[in-house]
Design a protein around this ligand. Structure first.
Ligand code: FE
Ligand code: FE
Ligand code: MG
Length: 165
């Protein structure tokens, strides 16, 4: 990391790296949560749900990549062992044991709401302290908000369909 890069970060670097690794654990688990959900899902709007979950899975993987790149840029070590995903996660992992599309959508929605809370708190910590990480997190948060909206919309559509059929 360059001297000037380091100089403009006015908070403990280790703290930034720890927070980013926690977020990285959540992103990987979220990517798998969506991906495996898209494979096992059955029921209402199967194809729509599969497509949406797969798209979100790719977004979460991209977030994991952005976070990893930033950790490396800060001279930190990104999570090397997948065992640490479970140790560092805040939002956890909900095995999609029930393939019903409503249940899977609800699990993912819970995950998104957790992620939104985490990134919102992280933004408060980073503001005016590490502007580059701040902007990256703001970008990720924007995606998570869109994810929450998309999942809510499909759940609404299912409810409307159930009532009219
Ligand atoms: Fe994400
Ligand atoms: Fe998301
Ligand atoms: Mg979407």
């Amino acid at each position: 990391m360059g001297k000037q890069t380091k100089a403009i970060i006015s908070m403990n670097l280790k703290t930034v790296i720890t927070e980013l690794n926690k977020a990285l654990a959540d992103e990987f688990l979220a990517a798998y949560q969506y991906w495996i959900g898209s494979k096992v899902v059955k029921g209402y709007f199967r194809k729509t749900v599969q497509d949406e979950l797969l798209e979100h899975s790719k977004d979460e993987f991209r977030h994991a990549e952005m976070i990893t790149d930033r950790i490396i840029q800060l001279d930190g070590t990104p999570i090397i062992n997948p065992k640490d995903w479970y140790k560092l996660t805040t939002c956890g992992f909900m095995p999609p044991t029930n393939p019903n599309s409503i249940e899977i959508l609800k699990q993912n929605l819970k995950g998104e709401r957790c992620a939104i809370g985490i990134y919102n708190n992280l933004l408060k910590k980073l503001k005016h302290k590490d502007e580059n990480t701040f902007h990256m997190v703001a970008h990720i948060l924007k995606d998570e908000i869109e994810h929450e909206n998309d999942l809510e919309a499909i759940l609404d559509d299912i409810e409307v369909t159930k009532k009219t059929s």
